[in-house]
Design a protein around this ligand. Structure first.
Ligand SMILES: Nc1ncnc2c1ncn2[C@@H]1O[C@H](COP(=O)(O)OP(=O)(O)OP(=O)(O)O)[C@@H](O)[C@H]1O
Length: 307
């Protein structure tokens, strides 16, 4: 997770801290790889939106930290032209755009982004079924979201930052969005960072997952590896009361005796834990992938115990 000036990184953070009156993000040391989708997953108020704003130079950070986006330093006085290579979908709509129509918003964006492609924009609007002459403030939440998504994608940005993009979308629009985002990533050289509370969205889109909680990074994982190694095992023993033995199993994240001699064991080293159990005469009756929220709960529990 420590950044070391890796040119393969789309985003590098070194010892970066954002301080507010009642909240601190960081210090963060993170490298987000290029060409992949990284999902930022964490409870409400954990700092996901603040992280996005930091990357767009909308949040000042403490001296001593270093932020690099697409190879450019993000710091006071530095050139900001790299921002034209970013597509950003904020969590909430901007009030100053309320009185614009979709077409007017798009015209405004087209002046800012050299790579703006009207043909691409119109195709996206059609694909989202979001053709409307209304002002943005008169649109439904989902309709406005679709317009904003089309605008974030229309210049085919090198880096796409999506803050809870599916908020307000109906299931059809959600599916369309997934398809468009997958097509965007199929180009092979694009990078996406997405904050999401939707497990299915993370499962389908993400290559990597960054867990955050109370402004701290709890871990950066390759998704498939994460789901392979974090498992819940159902373990049986002919005699009850052997929980202390299981509590020493590799990668232990949690263990409970659900019935006499029947244990639920959560581990982030599934293969090693299964071998450990078998060597000691336990029977491994089942092994299932843990859900994203369960993994996040385990990480939070560990972090809270450390505090
Ligand atoms: N403008 C602000 N001024 C002061 N504190 C703020 C401001 N915006 C957010 N915060 C605080 O910063 C913390 C992180 O907020 P942030 O919006 O980054 O979290 P989040 O992970 O995106 O949450 P959610 O999942 O609810 O969108 C919260 O404690 C929030 O109250």
């Amino acid at each position: 997770m420590i950044a070391d000036g890796n040119p393969e990184a789309a985003v590098s953070l070194r010892q970066v801290a954002v301080r507010r009156e009642r909240f601190t993000l960081g210090p963060l040391n993170i490298e987000v790889p290029r060409g992949l989708v990284t999902a930022v997953v964490g409870p409400n108020g954990s700092g996901k939106s603040t992280l996005f704003r930091l990357l767009l130079k909308m949040e000042p950070y403490d001296d001593g930290g270093e932020v690099e986006v697409l190879g450019h330093p993000v710091k006071p006085g530095a050139d900001e032209s790299f921002k034209t290579g970013i597509g950003y979908l904020a969590e909430l709509p901007h009030a100053y755009e309320d009185s614009l129509t979709a077409e007017e918003k798009a015209r405004f964006a087209s002046m800012w982004y050299p790579g703006w492609d009207w043909d691409r924009y119109r195709k996206l609007i059609r694909s989202f079924d979001a053709e409307s002459p209304d002002k943005l403030k008169k649109m439904s939440k989902g309709m406005r979201r679709k317009v904003e998504l089309a605008c974030a994608l229309a210049h085919n940005p090198e880096l796409l930052l999506l803050d809870e993009p599916s908020s307000g979308l109906d299931p059809f629009a959600w599916k369309t969005m997934l398809g468009e985002l997958q097509r965007y990533m199929e180009q092979g050289d694009r990078t996406m960072i997405i904050a999401s509370h939707i497990t299915e969205e993370v499962r389908r889109l993400a290559d990597c997952i960054l867990f955050v909680h109370r402004g701290k990074a709890l871990g950066f994982y390759e998704k498939d590896q994460l789901f392979d190694s974090w498992r819940a095992l159902a373990v049986a023993s002919p005699e009850p009361g052997r929980i202390a033995e299981l509590a020493k199993s590799p990668g232990l994240q949690g263990v409970a005796e659900s019935a006499p001699g029947i244990y639920q064991l959560e581990t982030d080293l599934a293969e090693e834990a299964e071998a450990y159990c078998r060597e000691r005469g336990f029977q491994v009756m089942g092994s299932r992938r843990m859900e994203l929220e369960d993994i996040l709960s385990c990480l939070i529990r560990k972090e809270d115990a450390r505090r």
